[in-house]
Design a binder for this molecule. Structure first.
Ligand SMILES: O=C(O)[C@H]1O[C@H](OP(=O)(O)OP(=O)(O)OC[C@H]2O[C@@H](n3ccc(=O)[nH]c3=O)[C@H](O)[C@@H]2O)[C@H](O)[C@@H](O)[C@@H]1O
Length: 402
């Protein structure tokens, strides 16, 4: 059998005619192959385009909402099942705090509809697992983004929420250096889109939302009180949360929306966020990998007012219960409405090495610690909450040691 080379480049002149025929056939099959290749490339390109559209859609706008069945699920989930109960839209419901608050509200008979974009800041399968927990308790979680104004309009139309517990946010202090725009997208643009929907709703809901202890930034006066200065943020994350406080104030002032901002202090507990230190340290310790422990200037240990999730849930629900009403409707203010800010902390800071010590004790494994000077990546040396306002307003408890 002649080789391909022989076929293409025949050694005897007598085969030239043949060669042309072969060449022709060969050209025909090459051009077919070329066309097939082009087709496949086009197919792959359109698949990739579609995938990236789906991905960005999943991240920002989900097209999966709408329809009769979907509306029925929203309506049923929003139904209040106790007297004087509330109907709450919980944004970030598949998140750490959001899932706990949703379950607590549902348990006491309030109507709850969740909203979450299931983005991939950390493993979305954890968010899906939290969503399944909520589904088991008949809480419907809408897959969508707070920047999707049409979706919000639809949700308010169907459910007429009395309250919004706004916990959807781009969290994490240090990640802001990697992906600054995600903070603007969720914590600023998303917040404004949500507030627009709330202000236009009739009746307007009362809003409780998650600010952060990070707004105290480089403040050195301890413990941190709500009246302390918050104009020296140390990270873009903190700056977007501080911006959120100013933005919500504007909506309260112009449109009569009842607003409560909660400054959470490093919340921990079951179903927590894998990006947080207690979680990633645990994983590394169990896998025998080293952990990096930051230190301040002069080898001073960093400290956080770590706050247990149940206390934060109580603070969220206490805030919803005492929020007072928004006074406006359909975008018009009818009178002044409450504007409040509370610290939700433990009032008992723990140093990071102490936290590591507790993990070692409970895991019964010694951590491989690398101490490094705190990089200038948005961290602050310590946090310490004064929660007397929250205690007075809704009985927030102090110094819970776990
Ligand atoms: O209270 C808050 O406002 C913030 O609390 C946490 O932020 P952070 O306190 O930085 O929590 P972690 O990331 O869990 O860090 C806890 C401590 O461990 C330290 N750390 C973190 C990571 C690491 O590799 N090594 C290390 O020593 C940090 O410097 C910090 O002192 C949350 O991640 C923020 O979303 C939240 O808003």
């Amino acid at each position: 059998m002649p080789s391909l080379e022989e076929e293409l480049f025949p050694s005897t002149p007598g085969k030239f005619k043949d060669r042309n025929r072969h060449f022709h056939r060969c050209f025909a099959s090459t051009s077919t192959m070329f066309l097939w290749a082009l087709f496949l490339i086009a197919l792959t390109a359109s698949y990739l385009c579609f995938q990236s559209f789906v991905d960005s859609g999943n991240r920002y706008f989900s097209a999966t909402w709408g329809g009769h069945h979907w509306e029925k699920q929203v309506r049923t989930s929003a139904q209040i099942r106790r007297s004087h109960g509330m109907s709450v839209l919980v944004t970030g419901a598949a998140g750490f705090v959001g899932s706990h608050v949703s379950l607590a509200l549902k348990k006491r008979g309030d109507g709850v509809v969740g909203l979450d974009n299931f983005n991939n800041y950390y493993d979305p399968s954890l968010k899906k697992a939290r969503k399944n927990l909520l589904n088991e308790q008949d809480i419907f979680v809408v897959e969508g983004d707070i920047n999707d104004s049409k979706l919000l309009l639809k949700l308010f139309d169907i459910a007429g929420f009395t309250h919004v517990m706004h916990l959807a946010a781009q969290a994490g202090v240090r990640y802001a250096m990697e992906n600054p725009n995600s903070y603007v997208h969720s914590n600023i643009a998303g917040l404004v889109t949500l507030l627009e929907a709330c202000k236009n709703a009739n009746p307007q809901p009362a809003i409780v939302w998650a600010s952060s202890s990070s707004v105290y930034g480089l403040n050195e006066k301890v413990p941190f009180s709500e009246s302390d200065r918050t104009d020296q943020p140390a990270s873009l994350y903190a700056a977007t949360k501080k911006a959120g406080e100013e933005i919500t104030h504007t909506y309260n002032h112009i449109y009569g929306l009842s607003i409560t901002g909660l400054r959470f202090f490093t919340v921990y507990g079951p179903w927590g966020r894998p990006d947080m230190a207690y979680f990633s340290f645990t994983r590394n310790i169990l896998q025998g990998k080293p952990i990096t422990v930051y230190r301040g200037k002069n080898r001073v240990d960093l400290a956080r007012d770590f706050t247990y999730i149940d206390d934060v849930v109580k603070g969220c629900i206490g805030s919803l219960d005492t929020s007072g009403k928004s006074t406006g409707s359909g975008g018009k203010k009818r009178g002044p409405a409450p504007y409040r800010i509370f610290n939700l902390g433990n009032t008992s800071p723990v140093t990071v090495p102490m936290m590591v010590g507790m993990l070692e004790k409970h895991l019964k494994v010694k951590a491989k610690k690398n101490f490094v000077v705190m990089p200038g990546n948005g961290d602050v040396p310590f946090t310490h909450a004064n929660i007397s306002s929250a205690r007075k307003e809704f009985g927030m408890r102090e110094a819970r040691r776990k």
